[in-house]
Design a binder for this molecule. Sequence first.
Ligand SMILES: Nc1ncnc2c1ncn2[C@@H]1O[C@H](COP(=O)(O)OP(=O)(O)O)[C@@H](O)[C@H]1O
Ligand SMILES: [Mg+2]
Length: 336
Amino acid sequence: MAKYMLEVKDLTTKYITRNREDVYSVDHVSLTIEEGKSLGIAGESGCGKSTLALSLMGYYFPPLHYTSGSIIIDGKNISGMDPDTVRKNVLGSEVAYIPQAAMNAMNPTRKVGKFIEDVMKAHEIKMSKKEIRQMAKERFALLGLPVEALDKYSVELSGGMRQRVVIAVSTILNPKVLIADEPSSALDVTSQKMVIKMLKDMMAKGLVKSMIFITHELPLLYNVTDDIMVMYAGQIVERGSAKEMVFDPVHPYSRGLMRSILVPEEGTRDVKLTAIPGTPPNLKHPPAGCRFAERCRYATPNCRDYSVPMTDLGGGRCYRCNFSAEELREVYQRED
Ligand SMILES: Nc1ncnc2c1ncn2[C@@H]1O[C@H](COP(=O)(O)OP(=O)(O)O)[C@@H](O)[C@H]1O
Ligand SMILES: [Mg+2]
């Protein structure tokens, strides 16, 4: 039987704002990733992708708070662990997080090699400087990064190289789950491709056991991750294989997201560019019914009034809509 590297059950986390209002940015999220597999998470800005990423590490500090649910990494439940234990025993080794614009987060006054020493020290790894240096050299060579970069300051490297260096350093402890939050969004097309190639290479070489790749562009994930999950207003609205999600999205939002930004060269269908009209709901006061209803051209009063559960289509495919997959596909076919 396939082994899960990550199992998340009903995870809910919230921000408590200065005005003491609750903002549930991750709302009853459940997901699994098998060993050796990758999951892409797509959705518009503000839908909760980064909050989910932070929440998955089990490391909470205000204004973000854990509310309920469980996070199991390679069989170990990390939800409810105290922050100190998480920092020492989970971050970096169990789960590694590459934040948005990570390439700018490297200390400009430390050389890359010293930065790696800092990382090892923070994780209380008992290795001499010489051993760390050797390990870093081997890892850089394995990932096709120039070993000379170890003796450079981050500012001496190009944006793309800096990002790849940060990824190499963050994963030096071979994490079971790597979460890359928009790792290529700030880069030019060539650097983007190199970052994605390196991440896939790390997965293929088993340096990381599973991966989550976050982006606001759904089509980017085609050919990058095995599965794709779409988030809307703090909830999952659909999940399936990358192929299914790109060529046969069921949820009206996934379909809108797929059609709003198309990259024909990636093999996606050549349909016209259309943005989804409207804006997502305010998470301080989410609607009672389907969160997408207000922007959905197919919504009925029923959709607006009652919350919508997930429908499991089997084979890892699920979606959150009142209409059946057959009804939706039929409507789409008529429209095309
Ligand atoms: N520090 C914060 N305090 C209160 N609410 C926040 C904070 N950061 C984010 N949020 C809320 O969480 C939602 C999700 O944010 P985020 O996870 O950054 O989205 P994404 O990464 O998908 O763009 C936002 O729409 C916002 O309402
Ligand atoms: Mg984000």
